[in-house]
Ligand binder design. Structure first.
Ligand code: HEM
Length: 116
């Protein structure tokens, strides 16, 4: 089974990203970054991006990670907090641990473009 399949394909990825963003919304450490942000749009774009990087049939239509997070002041701790929520969301959706780690490994290279 491909990584894309193990994440539940587009529908599963959409649900995982929704769960992650819901948790981010309740996390006072990082929620301030999302003040005034169109969260439906961010949900759509992160879903596309994750679907794309895991080999799914999706085009990513958003900005680069560097441009979209520029000047936001995202710290190492903020990044880790978001990843924590992603892991919990994948747990809830019963994604196997090996597949969780494969997705995290695909997101790790984005770190330098997101954190300043
Ligand atoms: C692996 C980690 C991350 C990924 C894959 C990711 C992905 C994305 C994507 C795809 C977008 C939409 C880009 C666009 O507007 O075209 C976005 C926007 C955004 N991200 Fe991230 N992000 C990550 C980490 C973070 C972190 C740690 C924070 C802050 C705690 C953050 C805060 C935001 C905010 C506030 C926006 C909305 C920007 C706006 O619409 O003005 N992101 N992110």
């Amino acid at each position: 089974q491909s990584l894309y399949d193990q994440l539940g394909q587009k529908q599963g990825i959409s649900a995982i990203v929704e769960e992650m963003l819901y948790r981010v919304g309740g996390d006072e450490r990082i929620v301030h970054h999302f003040d005034g942000v169109d969260i439906m749009r961010v949900h759509q774009l992160i879903t596309e991006q994750v679907c794309n990087v895991v080999g799914g049939p999706c085009e990513y239509s958003g900005e680069s990670m560097r441009v979209s997070h520029e000047g936001m002041g995202v710290t190492h701790a903020d990044f880790n907090a978001l990843v924590e929520h992603l892991i919990v969301a994948m747990e809830k959706h019963e994604v196997p641990v090996a597949a969780q780690n494969q997705l995290l490994a695909k997101l790790a290279p984005m770190y330098d473009d997101i954190v300043e």
